[in-house]
Design a protein around this ligand. Sequence first.
Ligand SMILES: [Zn+2]
Length: 341
Amino acid sequence: MIIDCHGHYTTAPAPHDEFRQKQIKGLDDPKVMATLVRPEISDDQIRESLEGAQLKLQRARGTDLTIFSPRASAMAHHIGNEETSLTWSRLCNDLIYRVCQLYPENFVGVCQLPQSPGVPPQHSAAELERCVRELGFIGCNLNPDPSGGHWTAPPLYDKSWYPLYEKMVELDVPAMVHVSGSCNPCFHATGAHYINADTTAFMQFIEADLFKDFPTLRFIIPHGGGAVPYHWGRYRGLAEMLKRPPLIEHVMKNVFFDTCVYHQPGIDLLLKVIPIENILFGSEMVGAVRGIDPETGHYFDDTKRYIDGSSLSAADKTRIFEGNARRVYPRIAAKLDTLKG
Ligand SMILES: [Zn+2]
């Protein structure tokens, strides 16, 4: 069983995006807003949107189950207000639910949270609970910067996040730390803003005692942990300077990295530096980098090739492909049992 912990619905049928465009337009035009209705999307449209993309690639690459969430760059929490974000998030999450109903062997859901700049994270707890309890989702994507590149929210260790963490702990679901699009031209969304956010979140976890307060809280930092594995010595040194416990006990019982690193030397470094039990297989396909690497002739985001091509033992590869995901997303076990049953 190969579980890909990081996939987005980047190919959603057109009416879904048309709704969003209309919703945004409606923010300045009450007449447009008055005509906003849930888009009609047929099962066939959903099938079509996946068959030529995520499903085709799953089959071609030999992966089984994708932990699937709404398109991250389109979360755009900075647009509109709390209600805008709630309406859009519910719509996106409901669409993921339909995907998971149509292809229960291929996808399991993770939700988008209805965050909004200046709005307490506590307000996202109800949608998380709905998605987990009613839609069978197993985690969420948490945006540390709902402002979209201006970083106006308090750090992840701030007490204002605690009510949301309490709900995550109660539901026993992890969060992937995942920003959305950037509206700051200094930061390209996938090339800079994403990687910055990954690195930023890790440093925030070092600075505080968040995991003393929440010993079972779990985060996945995507994109291979941003710059962290490459700068592991810097972070170990900073932990010492800041009089924090060693990273392995202070942060790494609660924080996991995925394998969305798009070249073999990068993956080799990740596997060498970060404990194997902290690494989950992920590809982020179809997503950030869609092309074929001219140096290898294979898709940049075909990350299974890099794990296969590493010098890890078969047992360690199995942990990365399956075992670690089962630990970090405990609700996946029930899902897998249903499939077997
Ligand atoms: Zn992503």
